[in-house]
Write a protein of this length. Structure first.
Length: 186
């Protein structure tokens, strides 16, 4: 029978533990009851606050719906007024952009043509400047030649004048005849 007293002791210890836990639960429930009583006293205030908040939310909901209705109306009016004109404006803008792009392309081509013409004209002007410099050099040489010929002419006239004077005088008998320049021996 030694088993039974051990079992009884264990059962008694288990029952005692359960009783203690139950007592702890009762103490906590008592505290919760105090808290519950305090909350029960505050409950009407909370209910009143909740009612006020619910009413405020309902009022705000009504205002939001009114604002939503006004916004829908404004959007509808804007769509009715602006959308047809926006399409027209977009078409006009597209046409204007196409015209500007075409003009820019044409201007670019013309500019490229003008640049080619300018380069050609600049090359031609460079060639003409070179020819003008050569012509000025030749003109300078020609003027130098003319002045030299004029001096030779003056010298020749002076020589003729001296020769004419000498030709008028009879040549001395002892002098040899004047040889022609072309008759000289080389």
């Amino acid at each position: 029978m030694t088993m039974i007293p051990g079992l009884v002791r264990r059962a008694a210890a288990e029952a005692e533990r359960h009783l203690r836990e139950g007592a702890g639960l009762l103490v906590r429930a008592g505290r919760d009851l105090e808290r519950s009583a305090r909350l029960a006293r505050l409950l009407p205030d909370y209910i009143e606050r909740v009612a006020v908040l619910e009413q405020a939310v309902r009022d705000q909901g009504t205002e939001v719906r009114a604002i939503r209705t006004e916004l829908d109306s404004l959007v509808g009016q804007l769509n009715d007024r602006l959308l047809p004109r926006i399409d027209e404006r977009m078409d006009d803008t597209e046409r204007d952009l196409a015209a500007v792009a075409t003009s820019l392309i044409r201007t670019g081509r013309e500019t490229a043509g003008h640049e080619a013409r300018l380069e050609s004209a600049e090359r031609r002007i460079g060639e003409l400047r070179t020819k003008l410099a050569q012509l000025e050099q030749r003109t300078g040489l020609w003027r130098d030649l003319q002045s030299t010929v004029a001096r030779f002419g003056d010298d020749l006239d002076a020589m003729r004048a001296r020769m004419a004077l000498r030709a008028a005088e009879p040549p001395p008998a002892e002098t040899a005849p004047v040889q022609n320049i072309t008759d000289r021996p080389a």
